[in-house]
Design a protein around this ligand. Structure first.
Ligand code: FES
Length: 163
């Protein structure tokens, strides 16, 4: 088991090194490097912090302080699909809370995060930019408007393979 973990970690480190070396913007920083890694593998494992420190000639503490400052970085793998529920003012007025309650019930969680089977990551969004279509949700950034608690719950069930 330890050997498999080490092998997996070593592959991950190689993948991260490739990502770091492929940045094509003129100014490469700790922040740009962390963004590049998260864009590619969707989270920042310990290996990302260590490899970014080496790549940027920074300390692990310095990289960690940047990573932990920005709330958009995540340190555990996301679920297979991301379900955003908008709870901005316009959607709130037309039932976002009921949508959120229904979705959380199906996902068996009571805050943002992953369903127990890790098939879905729930995220709250303060405006998905389609207020006239509220209440709005999004699956992997694909917007779906005019939701009801029932339709959103059906979608969440579908994402967990329960339909
Ligand atoms: S407030 Fe929900 S899309 Fe704008």
């Amino acid at each position: 088991m330890a050997t498999a973990d080490t092998e997996q970690s070593s592959k991950l480190r190689e993948q991260i090194q490739q990502i770091l070396n492929s940045q094509d913007q003129p100014t490469v920083t700790v922040l740009s490097s962390l963004i590049a890694v998260q864009d590619a593998i969707h989270y920042l494992p310990d290996e990302a912090i260590k490899e970014t420190a080496t790549f940027c000639a920074s300390s692990i503490n310095d990289v960690w302080s940047v990573a932990s400052f920005y709330t958009n970085f995540r340190f555990t793998p996301p679920g297979d699909k991301t379900l955003d529920v908008c709870w901005g003012p316009s959607c709130h007025l037309v039932g976002a809370q009921q949508i959120l309650d229904a979705v959380q019930g199906v996902l068996e969680i009571n805050e943002e995060g992953e369903s127990p089977d890790r098939k879905v990551t729930l995220k709250y969004n303060t405006c998905l930019g389609a207020c006239a279509q509220g209440p709005v949700i999004a699956i992997n950034h694909h917007l779906i408007g005019k939701q009801t608690a029932e339709s959103a719950a059906d979608i969440a069930r579908g994402l967990r393979g329960q339909t």
